[in-house]
Design a protein around this ligand. Structure first.
Ligand code: CA2
Length: 144
């Protein structure tokens, strides 16, 4: 089965446990379960990882080269800081969809710029955790 990779960056392990007014009440496990089910309907398998460490996210992107047919990433705060993550994504050949649970453009100005958007085929922001499912649908369309 063709594989897609779902990566989540720092603090997203706290999903559903803190700040529900911004990030909602669903946990990361709920998100992964929903995306896995949706992906399977498109004939795709899904592998998911979360880390608070930049290098782990980079290593998973490296390992996905030649393996994954597409990548969904919510880089958390690394979105706004990490040229290293952008470089890793630039070395990944398949489609990339960037997801933000909140609308980063409605928040503090330091969240308005994304290094990852320079690489992503698509960006979904402000759709809550539903954004992850929209990203699976988009990747399925792009992968064909
Ligand atoms: O809106 C998003 O998905 C963000 O990527 C989330 C990041 C933030 O730094 C970005 O600007 C936008 C923060 C993730 C923090 O996740 C938490 C989840 C629940 C409780 C506390 C933090």
């Amino acid at each position: 089965m063709r594989q897609i990779l779902l990566l989540n960056g720092p603090n997203l392990n706290l999903l559903g446990q803190r700040q529900p007014e911004i990030y909602g009440r669903e946990t990361l496990a709920d998100v992964v379960a929903a995306c896995t089910k949706l992906a399977q309907g498109f004939g795709l398998s899904l592998v998911a990882h979360q880390s608070n460490r930049e290098y782990e996210l980079i290593d998973w992107i490296h390992h996905a080269r030649g393996q994954a047919a597409g990548l969904i990433i919510n880089p958390g705060a690394f979105t706004h800081t990490s040229v290293a993550l952008l470089d890793a994504l630039n070395a990944f050949e398949a489609p990339v969809i960037e997801v933000h649970i909140s609308n980063i453009h409605k928040r503090e100005s330091f969240r308005h710029h994304s290094y990852v958007s320079l690489r992503a085929e698509g960006v979904i922001a402000g759709c809550g955790v539903q954004g992850y499912e929209l990203a699976v649908q988009r990747l399925a369309r792009l992968i064909g």
